[in-house]
Design a protein around this ligand. Structure first.
Ligand code: SF4
Length: 287
């Protein structure tokens, strides 16, 4: 069997920066708090935990004082920065620059649209950490919609300023835009901001292509990663011998046939070392 790892799979630069910041800090310290999972991949979180990274939630964060806390690539709402000031917490801010720019744009967009009685709409997953940070720029006034079923949350007679969570699919965004255009009042102002991160959206066509080049695809990703779910579905659509695994021990011998060409790929939260380990594991399987 021949096994190849997709060169385009693995961490996006936002995640690389956050992990680098944690590793650099832990070279000289025993422990670093991180607000939320640094990446949606348990295997990578476990590796960093062994180096001293301690994942905390917002409730635990509020009880801390005089410590250093890492902010992950997803970014945080303004309230987190206020709590840090109050509790003398030093933030190591590894928010992705793309997310920070989007937060700024949403804050300004909200101020402007407010003047004309309009609304900010964010296409994203309710409760997702990045979306919480984005909605926080509008004092939680933004309307978060995950698909067409949520359209009723928007007042289609008032101006609309639309943004997207960076990791949503372009197809979903375009279909939502069409839906709003078809349903809104004809004179309602509608401003479309396509804020999907190209680090993610470019992966879909690349993975479609990669999936056609191999008999079988092993997609490696954490089960919590929304980007992982989306990219896995792209591979599965193209190659029905696609299997999702979170770690090499989930591989099943019965999936493989003698002479198969095997492609390994993953999400923007999948570490390269995990895809390397998966490759080694597959190469040891006797079929
Ligand atoms: S997907 Fe894009 S916006 Fe999100 S962390 Fe990665 S580089 Fe930044």
């Amino acid at each position: 069997m021949q096994v190849k790892i997709d060169v385009n799979s693995g961490f996006c630069f936002g995640v690389v920066n956050a992990i680098q910041a944690a590793e650099d800090y832990l070279k000289n310290h025993d422990k670093l708090y991180c607000l939320g999972d640094i990446v949606h991949n348990n295997m990578e979180v476990n590796r960093l935990s062994k180096l001293g990274l301690v994942i905390i939630d917002h409730e635990q964060f509020q009880k801390l004082n005089n410590v250093d806390v890492l902010i992950r690539a997803h970014g945080e709402p303004p309230q987190t920065y206020r709590t840090a000031l109050d509790n003398k917490i030093n933030l190591l801010d590894a928010s992705c620059p793309v997310v920070l720019r989007l937060q700024n744009n949403i804050r300004k967009g909200h101020q402007e649209i407010n003047k004309v009685g309009g609304q900010v709409v964010i296409y994203g997953k309710q409760g997702h950490a990045e979306v919480v940070g984005l909605a926080g720029q509008t004092a939680e006034k933004a309307i978060v919609i995950s698909d067409e079923n949520d359209l009723s949350k928007i007042d289609l007679s008032k101006p609309i300023e639309l943004y997207s969570q960076t990791t949503k699919s372009i197809e979903g965004f375009n279909s939502l835009v069409k839906n709003i255009e078809n349903n809104k009042d004809s004179d309602t102002a509608f401003n479309i901001n396509d804020t999907i991160c190209r680090q993610v959206s470019h992966r879909a066509p690349q993975l479609r292509e990669f999936s056609t080049l191999h008999d079988i695809i092993i997609f490696v990703s954490g089960k919590k990663s929304s980007n992982g779910k989306y990219l896995h579905s792209i591979c599965k659509e193209t190659n029905n011998r696609t299997h999702f695994v979170s770690s090499p021990d989930e591989l099943e011998k019965k999936w493989f046939k003698k002479g198969d060409s095997i492609g390994i790929c993953g999400a923007t939260s999948t570490p390269r070392w995990l895809m390397d380990e998966t490759k080694i594991f597959i190469e040891k399987i006797q079929v």
